[in-house]
Design a protein around this ligand. Sequence first.
Ligand code: AKG
Length: 298
Amino acid sequence: MIMTCRLVPLLKPRLGCKSMRCLILLCPFLFLQEKGNFTYCPAAGLAVGNECSEFAGWAFPFPGVFLLEEFINQDEESEMVQLMDQDDWKLSQSGRRKQDYGPKVNFKKKKLKAGGFIGLPSFSQEIVQRMKAHSALEDFFPVEQCNLDYLPERGSAIDPHFDDWWLWGGRLVSLNLLSKTVLSMSCDSEDSLQLFATHSQGTCENVDSWDMDHSSSPRLIPYKEVTVDILLPRRSLIVLSGDARYKWKHAIYRKHIEHRRICVTFRELSAEFTLGGKQEKLGKELLEIALTFQGKPV
Ligand SMILES: O=C(O)CCC(=O)C(=O)O
């Protein structure tokens, strides 16, 4: 019998986190999450209903995603990973390992300390410089880098979440290394989402242009029924901002980790820590440290 993720909440209260992880590792087929019912189409900026779902032929605008393929080449990728692997990886939640370059932060108490932080790593200097060639990132100054290491054997994943809003700014920039994956977007809003009929059928890859038909009646569905898959090719860079940052949660499900994968996320400061903000001085201090590019994981 195949159980889907719908049954996980029923089991969770009975099993501790450790037992849940054992069960997941031993019986991965028990925990197949359902496939997203929409796929993000970068060329059109639309979430398009999957062919085999009840939403085939329907789409809706999905703003706030900017995806660049082949942001780095194969040699650069190998060199980056080799350098990362020279430092220790710390075990993190949900089967991930992590390396962090940034201030020590207590998000609950909204407190942070620069102590121990000596900057982003040297191998990121060229990457950050390269981002600036794109108008969406020309004024992007990262103050934190977090490397996450995912492995299928560890059942690595990250549950749907928002990144912090108090310290981190409007753009989350991630580099996807070593293998392709899927970033799954979901929204807990009680509101309804308006879908538009599309003239084209098929998948994003085999259709030149997606035309939304604004003249025929739209269809309303609960936000909660929607998952949008954003396909992340190996060595691609993704920027989440606007609705994709603040309205939709993001997640990586176990089933989408087929091989080792490393995600390198760069974060900028929020308005409170930048020009004219309450903590502008601290923000400036952190940024000066970050951009020395002399860092080691904290
Ligand atoms: O692995 C990813 O692509 C997402 C990472 C993430 O959501 C996070 O670091 O908060």
